[in-house]
Design a protein around this ligand. Structure first.
Ligand SMILES: *[C@@H]1O[C@H](CO)[C@@H](O)[C@H](O)[C@H]1NC(C)=O
Ligand SMILES: *[C@@H]1O[C@H](CO)[C@@H](O)[C@H](O)[C@H]1NC(C)=O
Ligand SMILES: *[C@@H]1O[C@H](CO)[C@@H](O)[C@H](O)[C@H]1NC(C)=O
Ligand SMILES: *[C@@H]1O[C@H](CO)[C@@H](O)[C@H](O)[C@H]1NC(C)=O
Ligand SMILES: *[C@@H]1O[C@H](CO)[C@@H](O)[C@H](O)[C@H]1NC(C)=O
Length: 377
């Protein structure tokens, strides 16, 4: 009798649909548990209310950047419809936040002045770092309580000198603008699309500051910045900034989903990335090289503004014979050009992309080839 009761109870428990319910978070013992306080969106300074995310002048990591563990779910139930996108964004934001944090730790005001930069450069970098801390908090709050909020990994950045640091900053900001334009297409909630558009405005302001004050150039990129639909491909191209194996093991795969496409960049002998320049393609990950089918015509697809132009490439004889391509001369030399290799004109689906993308900085023009040189140093 007792046995039957037990079986019935178990069956009922199994068959009754599970609804969201508060559960004590399952925090593995290797974490202090402090990060769980972040599960409450009202904990700590609130972005949009507190000036902490603008005017914090400490060198130490600002909240919530000082709490680097993942935040474990506090409710049982299915994930929110956009959780995956916000998790990808939070993982990307840890990279960006740490880039500014480490630059502030590494360089002094005097280092930037000696590199010919304005005397308030480090002050502005602190403000940007604070904005990025605010993005961390916004993205944490966007992830529903049924999903994990990813923690920080360890990162490798070009921190050898102020000039290359600021050059990298310039491409990082414009890349964020491009992948945010792509992520806005992935989220389902309309309010999420608005929030992502608002974040990309912040990155655009950071970029405008860099162009005007640091590089003394025109801050405008023409009528449209570059939009790129396959945001996760850009996110994946940042994986060489993450120290392998350094992420919390509970973090979701970054980005998810990902295609593990071969990395693409202009070859080391590139002297110009301007429209009209001929470059040689390099697939920079020795362990992940593309395999070209001799019966297929491949294209280098260049995205700029809201346009793209496809240029047929000659892949016969690869890898012994290098692949050259001319960057479309028709493009205005501003903003950024995003290049990839595809097996269809216009790369109409993410599956048609076979390598890349490569983010090629156009403005200021001289920094494009500088970034190429730095990459191979
Ligand atoms: C910083 O630079 C500005 C503009 O070049 C100058 O007016 C100001 O006096 C400088 N401040 C300091 C503390 O050097
Ligand atoms: C291609 O990339 C690899 C890996 O970064 C580098 O070692 C190699 O020198 C590059 N080749 C050219 C021609 O740029
Ligand atoms: C770049 O160097 C490669 C050899 O590594 C060469 O085959 C290619 O023609 C060069 N490309 C340009 C644009 O000079
Ligand atoms: C690539 O371009 C360079 C420079 O224009 C040229 O020297 C080289 O022969 C080209 N290589 C191929 C395979 O077309
Ligand atoms: C390129 O442009 C075509 C035509 O507008 C469009 O269908 C395609 O999705 C675009 N590709 C990318 C990668 O944006």
């Amino acid at each position: 009798m007792l046995r039957w009761c037990l079986i019935i109870v178990l069956l009922v428990a199994y068959l009754v649909p599970r609804t969201a319910a508060n559960v004590p978070p399952r925090v593995p013992p290797r974490y202090s548990g402090e990060a769980q306080k972040l599960a409450d969106p009202t904990y700590g300074p609130i972005p949009g209310e507190s000036d902490h995310y603008s005017s914090y002048w400490g060198i130490e990591r600002p909240f919530p950047g000082n709490i680097q563990d993942p935040v474990f779910p506090t409710e049982d139930g299915p994930p929110g419809e956009d959780d995956e996108v916000w998790q990808n964004l939070l993982s990307a934001e840890w990279i960006i936040f740490e880039f500014y944090q480490q630059g502030i730790e590494r360089f002094t005001d005097q280092d930037f002045i000696a590199a010919g930069m304005p005397n308030n450069t480090r002050f502005r970098l602190m403000e940007i770092r604070n904005n990025e801390a605010g993005h961390l908090r916004v993205f944490q709050n966007m992830i529903s309580p049924t999903s994990i909020k990813p923690g920080a990994c360890k990162y490798i950045f070009p921190l050898s000198d102020p000039h290359s640091y600021l050059t990298f900053m310039t491409v990082l900001e414009i890349s964020s603008m491009a992948f945010l334009a792509g992520l806005a297409q992935q989220v389902k909630a309309e309010s999420a699309r608005g929030a992502i558009a608002a974040m990309s405005q912040t990155e655009a302001r950071h970029q405008a500051w860099a162009l005007m004050d640091l590089w003394k150039t025109n801050p405008f990129a023409g009528p449209a910045d570059t939009t790129f639909p396959y945001a996760n491909q850009i996110l994946y191209s940042t994986h060489d900034l993450i120290v392998p194996g350094s992420c919390p093991p509970e973090n979701p795969e970054y980005p998810h989903p990902r295609q593990l496409l071969p990395a693409l960049f202009a070859a080391s002998n590139t002297t110009s990335l301007s429209p009209g320049a001929t470059i040689t393609l390099n697939f920079t990950d020795a362990d992940n090289q593309p395999v070209f089918d001799p019966c297929i015509q491949y294209y280098a697809v260049f995205c700029h503004g809201v346009l793209n132009i496809s240029v047929p490439i000659d892949t016969r004889g690869f890898p012994d014979r290098p692949i050259n391509v001319t960057i479309p001369a028709a493009f205005e030399a501003r903003g950024v050009i995003i290049a990839l290799v595809a097996d269809q004109i216009g790369a109409p689906t993410k599956e048609s992309v076979v390598a890349g993308p490569a983010v090629m900085l156009e403005q200021p023009a001289r920094l494009g080839p500088e970034l190429v040189r730095k990459k191979y140093e």
